[in-house]
Design a protein around this ligand. Sequence first.
Ligand SMILES: [Zn+2]
Ligand SMILES: [Zn+2]
Length: 344
Amino acid sequence: MQAVRFVGVGRPAQIEDVPEPTPSPGQVLIRIGGAGVCHSDLHVMEEDMGFTPPFTLGHENAGWVSAVGEGVVGFKEGDAVAVYGPWGCGYCHACQLSMENYCENWAQLNGFGGGLGLDGGMAHYMLVPSARLLVPLGDLSPAKAAPLSDAALTPYHAIKRALPHLNADSTVVVIGVGGLGHMAIQLLRVLAPVRIVAADVDDKKLQQAKALGADDIVNNRNTAEAAERIQKIAGPRGAGLVLDCIGVDPTVDLGAKLLGRNSVWTIVGLGGGRHEFRHGSTPYGTVMSIPYWGSRVELMEVIAMARNGRIHAETTEFPLTDAVDVYARLKAGQITGRAVLIPA
Ligand SMILES: [Zn+2]
Ligand SMILES: [Zn+2]
């Protein structure tokens, strides 16, 4: 079968022929219906994140159960499922709480999950090590559901952690209206009675943000001007939550200018931007957070919201064999919403 492979840091992804896997006891083979193309993959290919090549990329996956290994119960051939992405040990305290994203034994694991150190879903088939990592989709299409497993789950987890700090008079600033940001806006609309300000450097993405429920949109190509505009919108109270889906120096600088007292500053983007966190540099009471992905139960909640029509991923579908070009377009900022690869 064809697969999109990570072949080394500093090298683009490659389409290669790899053997079709067969499930061992406890494992489940998924026929991929869609694999989301995430900006994190660019970080995997361009920086050394400690992953050993080669492996198949794709950590936002959904499809149909194709075969189950011995002893697997609860799933049968043909079931539509999303694959929960962060694969933990399965038995530590965090994993027992379904928060495999915070597995305590992460240092002993071979990789973070399929597509992140281990073979992922940018292929015709994907091997999932345990049925506990599958969430049923019901009548939701795998191609539409695939991005939910990261692009929706990650902001959902981040927003849920911030909810106790928010109220009806809060302003929430979402920086970056890409795969995660366009879901974050919808999730905030559903979860909290807040004023949502979306910031991006691309006016087309800002229009999408508006259509998805943002109250205000601000182009942040010029950080100082954007800060002034958003400060005016938020008023003296400042932002109650800044959700930075980019995390580069300019967006971190922007966020620092927007926070109110007793606010939450959540950086989910892997941009590596820096801020000096100390008395005097940051408003009193600010909680700073770098959450990672989300729990399996939260993925069930995200899937439920999508099935009920409360949220949806805005997707553009491409054939699997276009992967290299799609990554280039993602890097150039030419993808709106989420690109999803479909095996032919
Ligand atoms: Zn991702
Ligand atoms: Zn664990």
